[in-house]
Design a protein around this ligand. Structure first.
Ligand code: SF4
Length: 280
C-alpha cells in the first residue's frame, strides 16, 4: 500500500488552481491559433486575435484569463493500492481554498443554491468525482468551470428510436440555444449512454479530452467530425459575432445503456477551457 500525504495533495491542488486560471492548456491554445488562421469573418478573426492576446497577457502578467475563475471540478482517479494519510476530500478543498486565496482568484461559490446564497468566501467546496482504478497512483484533474458556459449545458433522455439523427438534432439545438452566451469559440463534450446521472459526467469527461483526439470506435469518431462541422456551419462565430469558428472541438464519450433508453448530454465550455492534471 503506497502512502500519499494530505500535505502533498494540498500543495499540488493549490498550484493547479492558480496555474489553470492563468495558463490555457496547450491543445486549446493551438486550436485557437488554427482557428485564427482559418477564420474568414473579419470580426471573427479580430475576436480570435483578441482572445490570443488576452491569453498571452494572462500568462505573462500572472493574472486570470477571465474574471470568472470558476467553480472547481476535480476528477480523481485513485489507485486501489493507495492510502491517503488524512482526508482526500479535505485535502482537495484545502488546496482549492489556498489556491484561490493566494492566487487572488475570484471566489464564486455560494453555500446554499436556493435560499441563502451566501458566498463561502474561499471558493469551496469543489465538485469532486472519484474513480477507483487499479494501481498505486493518484491522478487529479482540476478544471475550474465558469458558469456562463455551464448554464448552457443540457441533458435529454432520448428514445432508442431517435437514433443518430436524434443525437445530431439535440446537439445542434443545445448549441443554437446557447448562442453567444457561453463565450464562443466553445469546447463541446457529448455523452451518450449510461443513465441520467452518468451521461452528464460522460459529457464532462468528453469535454476535457484532449482536442484532436477521437473516440476509439470509428463510427463515433466520424460522428464527432460531422457534428463539429455542423456546429461550425451554424455561423455563431467567435463571441457570437459570426464566422465559422463556433466550436474548437467536439468529443464524444459513450457507455452501455438500458434497452429502453438513450441518454444524451451536452457539456459546453467556453474558449477558457481550463484544466490541469497531476499524477502522484
Ligand atoms: S463563459 Fe468562460 S469566458 Fe465567458 S465569462 Fe465564463 S469563464 Fe469567462
Amino acid at each position: 500500500m503506497r502512502e500519499i500525504s494530505e500535505k502533498e495533495i494540498i500543495e499540488v491542488v493549490k498550484t493547479m488552481c492558480i496555474d489553470a486560471n492563468r495558463q490555457l492548456p496547450k491543445d486549446v491554445t493551438l486550436a485557437i491559433d488554427r482557428a485564427y488562421q482559418c477564420e474568414d469573418s473579419d470580426l471573427g478573426k479580430e475576436t480570435l486575435g483578441i482572445l490570443k492576446e488576452n491569453a498571452s497577457l494572462a500568462y505573462e502578467t500572472l493574472t486570470p484569463i477571465c474574471q470568472d475563475t470558476g467553480m472547481v471540478c476535480a476528477f480523481v482517479e485513485i489507485g486501489q493500492d493507495v492510502h491517503v494519510q488524512g482526508s482526500l476530500e479535505g485535502a482537495i478543498n484545502e488546496g482549492v481554498r489556498l489556491g484561490y486565496q493566494e492566487g487572488y482568484l475570484r471566489k464564486s461559490v455560494v453555500n446554499d443554491p436556493l435560499f441563502d446564497r451566501k458566498n463561502t468566501t474561499d471558493n469551496t467546496p469543489a465538485i469532486i468525482t472519484y474513480d477507483i482504478v487499479e494501481g498505486d497512483q493518484l491522478k487529479i484533474i482540476i478544471a475550474p468551470k465558469g458558469f456562463g458556459s455551464e448554464n448552457m449545458c443540457q441533458t435529454k433522455m432520448l428514445k432508442p428510436s431517435d437514433g443518430v439523427q436524434g443525437v445530431k438534432d439535440f446537439v445542434l439545438k443545445v448549441v443554437e440555444d446557447a448562442g453567444p452566451n457561453p463565450c464562443p469559440p466553445i469546447v463541446i463534450g457529448v455523452g451518450i449512454g449510461g443513465s441520467f446521472d452518468r451521461v452528464a459526467l460522460l459529457s464532462k469527461k468528453a469535454m476535457l479530452r484532449e482536442i484532436g483526439t477521437h473516440h476509439e470506435d470509428e463510427r463515433y469518431a466520424a460522428l464527432e467530425d460531422e457534428l463539429l462541422t455542423m456546429v461550425n456551419d451554424l455561423g455563431i462565430g467567435p463571441a457570437g459575432y459570426g464566422g465559422k469558428t463556433t466550436a474548437l472541438s467536439l468529443n464524444i464519450e459513450t457507455y452501455p445503456t438500458h434497452i429502453a433508453g438513450m441518454p444524451v448530454a451536452v457539456s459546453i465550455c467556453c474558449h477558457v477551457a481550463r484544466h490541469k492534471e497531476v499524477i502522484l
